[in-house]
Structure formats: structure tokens, C-alpha cells
Design a protein. Structure first.
Length: 292
């Protein structure tokens, strides 16, 4: 078995094994019997505290009748979980976006920074569809069905906003995101009106805007999501890549540096009230464009 440190690789395979077990309506004791271990070990595996050997994961997948691409994905994650700790963890595998949603569900606090776009958690359906259509248009063999699947998944993540006992959600958005006309003036007007009222509808949501004129911007050109888990497991930071998936950081010194940079970013951003006023002003600008 692997070491007890709840590394990111172990957490990813643990989340997926728990998901497929629940989908198959099996108990931890059922899975434990397959590989002849105590059920408490399966609990630790699903919690990211321990890593199973690859052949043990294969037996579990046989028992749960997992085949095809899903089986390949889980075996790759099982191999990743056995690797030595690294400073950065790429997640190029199928299901990478789903795992981001899992971290959002598990976190006690989530901090987002997007310089050029509205964060997915706050996107309207029309904005999300327009953006995903544009970003996926350069990828070969991407059809309407794949686009709609991604739109539905993005919108499903927003259920977190209305969840009982939700995490604290803090968004810092670049002013450029308010000006970039994704989907056209009508889509942007609706998006910004949605954004301007978000913190009033959801008290656990805070939104700040970084003006384009801001100096000493510590995350210029970047986009990050930072997760905290009430000390249950180490903090993690995620940076999405253009083709999806992205890179995770869970080394404590590196995550502390990322949180320090985020704190500096919040300091140069407008406060929540001034941010709301700027968002409303930019929405009015799209009103004027539609009236021409």
C-alpha cells in the first residue's frame, strides 16, 4: 500500500472509486471482500489517504463491471496515485472537469481568478454555450452533442450555489471579462445583470473586479482556482489549460505562495460594492449598444 499522506493522485482515484461503487449500489464491505482487505481500508482509499496497487484496482473494476474508456481512465489514475510526490500534477485524463466539480463540492472555501472570462460558476446558459462553442471550434470532430454535454455539466456545477451549507466562494474577475462580447451584446447584457446580483442572492458569494488600469497585478495573464478544505486535507490550486484538464499544485509551500498572490490581487481589485457598480455600468453599455 502507499503512504498515508492524502496526495492529489490518491484523492483523484479515491473519488472515482467511490463514485463507481455508489453507481453500482455496492457497499465498502463488498469491495473490501473482493481484494480481501478490511472495509476501513476502502474508506481510507476513497478518502485519498491510501493508494491501492494497480492489480487491486483491476479486481475492483472487474467486480463493478467497469469497461471501456472508463476502465482505462481509472487504471491510469491508479498508476498516477502510485507515483512519487511531485510539485505539479497534470490531469489530462477523461473526467478531469468532473474532478474539478468534486473538489468544489468537498471544499470549505473556493477562490477563483479569471482575467479574461466570466468564471464558469457564474455563467448564464447562453454565455456558457457561446463560450464553449467558440473554444471548442478549433478542436477536430467536436459536434453539437459534445458542446451541449459540456454546457450541461458546467450548469450542473452551479447547484453548489444553492446547496445547504455551501462553501465560501470568492471571485476576482478582470475588467476585460466584462468587455469581451462573448455571444454578442444581448448575451453579455444578461450575463452582467446576472453577475451584478449574484452576491445579493447568495450571501456566501463575494465578487471583485480588477480594473484594467490596476497596477501591480500579481496574477496578470493567469487564471487560478484555489481550494481549501478546513484542514481535512491539504489545500490545492488548479490552473486550467486550453485543451481542458489542467495542472494541480498541492505542495504546501507552493499553495501558500498562490494564496499570498491571491490576497495581493484582492487588495488591488475594487471592493465588492464598487465592483457591483462597475458591472452594472458595463451592463448599461450593452443596453446602449442594443438600442442603437
Amino acid at each position: 500500500m502507499g503512504s498515508a499522506r492524502p496526495s492529489l493522485g490518491k484523492r483523484h482515484i479515491g473519488i472515482e472509486l467511490r463514485r463507481i461503487r455508489l453507481e453500482a449500489k455496492k457497499h465498502q464491505k463488498d469491495v473490501a471482500a473482493v481484494i480481501e482487505v478490511d472495509p476501513s481500508l476502502i474508506s481510507k482509499v476513497e478518502g485519498g489517504e491510501r493508494a491501492l496497487k494497480v492489480h487491486e484496482v483491476e479486481k475492483i473494476l472487474d467486480f463493478l463491471a467497469v469497461q471501456g474508456d472508463k476502465r482505462d481512465e481509472l487504471l491510469m489514475l491508479a498508476r498516477e496515485a502510485r507515483k512519487r510526490t511531485r510539485r505539479m500534477h497534470p490531469d489530462p485524463f477523461t473526467g478531469a472537469f468532473r474532478r474539478i466539480g468534486d473538489h468544489e463540492d468537498d471544499a470549505s472555501e473556493v477562490y477563483y481568478f479569471q482575467g479574461e472570462l466570466i468564471p464558469g460558476m457564474l455563467q448564464t446558459e447562453l454565455y456558457a454555450r457561446s463560450l464553449i462553442s467558440v473554444t471548442m471550434s478549433s478542436l477536430a470532430e467536436v459536434g453539437v452533442e459534445e458542446i451541449e454535454t459540456r454546457v450541461r455539466f458546467r450548469l450542473s456545477r452551479q447547484r453548489l450555489l444553492d446547496r445547504a451549507a455551501p462553501p465560501r466562494l470568492w471571485f476576482v474577475i478582470g475588467e476585460a471579462a466584462l468587455l469581451r462580447p462573448i455571444g454578442g451584446a444581448e448575451v453579455m447584457r444578461a450575463q452582467l445583470l446576472h453577475l451584478s446580483t449574484a452576491s445579493e442572492r447568495w450571501p456566501h458569494v463575494t465578487i471583485q473586479v480588477v480594473p484594467t488600469a490596476a497596477r501591480d497585478h500579481p496574477l496578470l495573464g493567469g487564471a487560478l482556482t484555489l481550494f481549501r478544505f478546513d484542514g481535512r486535507v491539504p489545500d490545492i490550486v488548479h490552473q486550467q489549460t486550453f485543451i481542458g484538464g489542467g495542472v494541480y499544485v498541492d505542495n504546501p509551500e507552493d499553495t501558500k505562495q498562490c494564496f499570498r498572490s491571491y490576497d495581493k490581487l484582492r487588495a488591488v481589485a475594487l471592493g465588492p460594492e464598487d465592483s457591483r457598480a462597475l458591472i452594472a455600468e458595463r451592463a448599461a453599455g450593452y443596453d446602449e449598444e442594443l438600442d442603437r
